[in-house]
Design a protein around this ligand. Sequence first.
Ligand code: MRU
Length: 358
Amino acid sequence: MHHSKKLKNDGKLIVGTKDLLTVKWENNQVIMIDQTKLPGRLIYVKYKKYEDVARAIERLVIRGAPAIGVAAAFGMALAAISSKAKTPNALLKDLKIAYQRLRSTRPTAVNLVWALDQVMKEATSKNDVNDIKKSIILYSQNMATDDIITNKKLGKNGAKMIRKDEVILTHCNAGSLATVTYGTALGVLRAANDMGKKIRVIATETRPVMQGSRLTAFELDHYGIDFSLIPDTAVGHLMSSGLINRVIVGADRILKSGHVYNKIGTYQVAALAKRHNIPFYVAAPSSTFDLRSNVGDVVIEERNKNELMKMGNKLLAPKGIKIFNPAFDVTPPELITGIITEKGILKPPYKESIGKAI
Ligand code: MRU
């Protein structure tokens, strides 16, 4: 992607008044919705240091593949501003330290590395300290704008295939709160809803961090889209009862083979969809594709056992037991009906369609 040296716009023109704006750059600060406080409170936090952005990504103050990519890019802009370096080389050294720290926050979503690499490339193309600083700030803001434009395109592409009155199941949160503002899987649902297709959404709770009940339910309610929340364990029952017409989920990383890394539980949903002949779609922008790695190269994040051990202060399992808490799983290409991108809907065989489009 190439960004002109001008700010595309500050996002205002393409963010509606009702839209949840997950992350933005303002007055040399990063402002983001604190997603750990949802659904109870919609509050914004401001950060001036890249270390605080790194911690926010680790603590899931901000989460969702495209959103953490943009947050990390803004983190690099903060690192640039606060650097006292007098030479381009010294500044690049400071930036590399910030790059490593931000990159270490979460391993699975490829958008994070993608965004950080883009920013570093931009930085190394300049040879004046002030130019580097200015261009990083501009570049990261343009990245945020691009995220909105891309997801709106993706949303339209996906919405065209949806018929009136469909019931569509989604897992985790691939909405506004996982992007800058529009969403990927939920972007498709928003676009379909805006086209008057009267869809109904089924949202899974998404244990153990509850992105479905805390975030997707909050969003769908906020945007006035008809939905019901179900426990993760009810997916098979609803499908076998003929209550689901389609599944659309987001992605954290898509390989050239068409293997999709997404929130833990996605593979189960896909396998059940296949069993019941229900079309299973993945919605993701090109920045989620990783054309270099193979299955087995990708690290699946394992999160803290407290996510299973406790709900608030309430103990959910006996103390001291063994717990395994993988945050993502891999859905193989043969379970995927199509991948909705801003460049169109990719169909199997994915090696060919991904190779051509991405
Ligand atoms: O652990 P999270 O909440 O960052 O995981 C998020 C997901 O798995 C989403 O489905 C994915 O990032 C797609 S978001 C557009």
